[in-house]
Design a protein around this ligand. Structure first.
Ligand SMILES: NC(=O)c1ccc[n+]([C@@H]2O[C@H](COP(=O)([O-])OP(=O)(O)OC[C@H]3O[C@@H](n4cnc5c(N)ncnc54)[C@H](O)[C@@H]3O)[C@@H](O)[C@H]2O)c1
Ligand SMILES: *[C@@H]1O[C@H](CO)[C@@H](O)[C@H](O)[C@H]1NC(C)=O
Length: 307
């Protein structure tokens, strides 16, 4: 890993920002991290939340490399990476980059964690639009290896290459998304499954809890080992995916048609009446979720499949 990538400015330290701060501090032991966030009682907030993310590491060492600053210019002035995860608001994102550009070193990488406001939109008022790239995490980034790297059509290849190099150096899995698009790839896949799940529950085919059991007992474990293409390539036997489609393609098409039809007939759109029952079932089944347990188990799974 190049030593120039060791000073990270975290702009906006909510759910995602604090998790990223923890990721840099724990996986990049030579990094210094500065945090800028406009929330009141920032220091108290960080002191209460951050240690929970610093498990199985030398906490004191991590915290000694962390600085909380009161001013955006101060946060970015000697940064080699500026990572933004403030509010998901186009005006905010568009207005902050020119300020960052003004105060950060010329070689600093500019990353936005946005879930949907593409770099070409955010960079409109920048002097050098080629510097900005979206680096979209899968929550929580201090645990989930994926980073969707989404350049705009003018983002420089050098910026993309240095971004990939940094994340690979930390053992993460950066994936370049070749075109700016709604939701990028991970959320498109996840929300396609969520729509089908809602549709099946709304039709009374299965309960919320049973649907979760289906996923946890089948696709969940499978997909940590092989994605859908590799899975069905294996499922097709010697002829691979092509043979799978020859054998099962009719069923696949029937399912796709039924999904389209059920979603349309059932009015499966955000905000419609089907939601009430799904929310009630989910609340009754799970109440308030213990994310510490989720994170502990997810880590153990990732460790198991990395062997
Ligand atoms: N939560 C997720 O699951 C998730 C996943 C991937 C990406 N993201 C993206 O990450 C970004 C942040 O999301 P979040 O869930 O962490 O939100 P959040 O509300 O938890 O955090 C946002 C932080 O920005 C701070 N802030 C507000 N105005 C600011 C300003 N002018 N300057 C600096 N800081 C400011 C807030 O005080 C807050 O701490 C969004 O762009 C979102 O799309 C979120
Ligand atoms: C990190 O901060 C310490 C203390 O200010 C400093 O000595 C060190 O050189 C910094 N490291 C980097 C990579 O900037």
């Amino acid at each position: 890993m190049s030593t120039s990538n060791n000073r990270v400015a975290i702009i906006g330290a909510g759910t995602i920002g604090l998790s990223f701060a923890a990721l840099h501090l724990t996986k990049n032991p030579r990094s210094n991290v500065s945090i800028f966030d406009t929330r009141p009682n920032l220091e108290q907030y960080i002191e209460s939340k951050l240690p929970g993310y610093l498990v199985d590491v030398d906490q004191a060492d991590c915290l000694s490399r962390l600085r909380i600053v009161q001013d955006l210019a101060e946060a970015v002035k000697d940064a080699s990476i500026v990572q933004e995860q403030g509010p998901e608001n186009a005006d905010f994102k568009r207005s902050i980059w020119p300020k960052i550009e003004q105060h950060a070193p010329e070689a600093a990488l500019f990353w936005s964690s946005t879930s949907g406001i593409v770099a070409s939109e955010q960079s409109k008022d920048m002097q050098d639009k080629s510097r900005l790239v979206v680096v979209h995490p899968y929550n929580p980034p201090h645990i989930m290896p994926l980073l969707e790297v989404v350049p705009s059509s003018v983002t420089s290849q050098e910026v993309v290459d240095r971004t990939l190099e940094y994340w690979r150096g930390l053992g993460r899995v950066p994936v370049v998304i070749r075109k700016e698009c709604t939701g990028f790839v991970a959320n498109r896949l996840a929300f396609a499954l969520l729509r089908e799940a809602c549709s099946l529950v709304a039709q009374g085919v299965v309960s919320v809890e049973d649907l979760d059991s289906v996923v946890q007992a089948s696709m969940g474990p499978r997909w940590t080992v092989a994605g859908p293409f590799k899975s069905y390539h294996a499922g097709g036997g010697e002829g691979g995916l092509e043979s799978f489609m020859q054998k099962i393609g009719g069923t696949v098409q029937e399912c796709w048609d039924a999904s389209d039809n059920d979603v349309k007939q059932g009015g499966i759109e955000v905000g419609r009446t089907w939601q009430d029952d799904v929310f009630r079932q989910t609340e009754k089944a799970y109440g308030v979720i213990d994310t510490a347990e989720r994170d502990r188990k997810t880590k153990a799974v990732l460790q198991a499949v990395s062997k």
